[in-house]
Design a protein around this ligand. Structure first.
Ligand SMILES: *Cc1c(COP(=O)(O)O)cnc(C)c1O
Length: 354
């Protein structure tokens, strides 16, 4: 057994049965009945005795249109973007190489670095607003010459967009690949997708999970073929199953439904921030994603997380995961009804037994 694996705790997924689930950035809305019926009809034509299209070429045509990607840019698909992170680390990482990201950031970068024997470097964000510490990042790039740099834009779990100019300086300073992870692209106004024309060491990653298809597992990586052709060699054959290929293609033909859901989520995010803004004992951090990072009264996060759960509401406890996340929870923006249940429960807990 590799000791570094034996020392790990498995990726914790909380049991959410029966709870209002505001912990994992899922879309809260179920599909309209007619849409579901049409989808099921489409699925009836699928032959599951056959392997899927290995390159998912038909699906890629729809995805290119969705992403606004030119035909000369390559597109690589993963079983969720998590699998793409793994493929990137298998291609570019390994013993004697390093992977750079920021802390607090998305945990899978660090985990997958460890799985692949790649050294992980995490540069701490600025404590007040979770912005990039540019000088520290440029220093670290010069010192360790990372083979891959991951920057989530917007960042998880903090919800903010980093400064675009800072990211461009990082791309220019890096000898290795910079992956801008745009998992929350549907909920923000900016993107680096068009910038892959300008920088040949820039790759942009997306996922359909946060816009409403977490269960289908589809991640996308766009960039120049110089990199993607090599990364594609580490992809397991048939990694995108037939049901996902057909379902995603179906969804992209009905994109208006999902765009409307996304607009609703953004509206709910604004309402939540507005309703909670005046509450004392609570600091809200601005969000460009479908979740809100909140700092609770000092020393209360663990107990409040537990009490919310007892009241049937599951949020993500971040206190204890990083020094900058002291007293923090992360709350996914749900449906209006779910958000109000959460807000009312939180308000009364913050007033209680201080
Ligand atoms: C959720 C998330 C992912 C993983 O998405 P999947 O496509 O579901 O694997 C990747 N990056 C960030 C920053 C995320 O928050």
């Amino acid at each position: 057994m590799r000791p570094e694996i034996q020392a790990l705790a498995a990726y914790p997924v909380a049991d959410a049965s029966g709870l209002i689930k505001l912990d994992a950035m899922e879309n809260p809305y179920v599909w309209p009945h007619d849409l579901k019926q049409a989808w099921l009809q489409r699925l009836q034509q699928v032959d599951v005795n056959r392997y899927p299209d290995p390159q998912a070429d038909k699906l890629k045509i729809s995805l290119r249109r969705y992403l606004g990607l030119d035909d000369d840019k390559m597109l690589l698909l993963g079983n969720g973007s998590d699998e793409l992170i793994q493929m990137l680390a298998m291609t570019l990482g390994g013993p004697g190489r390093s992977l750079l990201s920021v802390e607090p950031g998305f945990v899978m970068y660090r985990m997958i670095a460890l799985f692949t024997g790649t050294e992980y470097r995490g540069v701490t964000l600025n404590a007040d607003d979770f912005s990039l510490h540019l000088a520290a990042l440029l220093d670290e790039i010069e010192r360790s010459q990372p083979a891959i740099i991951f920057l989530a834009y917007p960042n998880n779990p903090t919800g903010n967009l980093f400064d675009r100019g800072h990211i461009e300086q990082i791309i220019q300073a890096a000898e290795g690949v910079v992956v801008v992870d745009e998992a929350y692209a549907p909920f923000t106004h900016d993107s680096f997708m068009a910038d892959i024309e300008r920088y040949d060491n820039l790759l942009v990653m997306r996922t359909l999970s946060k816009m409403g298809l977490a269960g289908l597992r589809l991640g996308m990586l766009a960039g120049s073929s110089q990199w993607l052709q090599q990364i594609d060699k580490t992809r397991l054959p048939y990694n995108i199953n037939v049901l996902s290929q057909v379902s995603v293609d179906f969804v992209l033909q009905h994109q208006a439904v999902f765009d409307e859901q996304t607009r609703n989520i953004c509206r709910q995010r604004a309402l939540m921030l507005q309703r909670l803004a005046t509450h004392k004992n609570l600091t809200l951090f601005p969000s460009q994603a479908n979740f809100i990072l909140m700092r609770l009264a000092a020393g209360r996060a663990q107990a409040i997380h537990q009490q919310l759960k007892q009241q049937g509401i599951l949020v993500k406890l971040l206190h204890g995961s990083h020094a900058l996340l002291q007293d923090c929870i992360r709350v996914t923006v749900g449906s209006e009804k779910e958000n109000l249940r959460f807000e009312n429960a939180l308000k009364s807990l913050l007033l209680d037994n201080q």
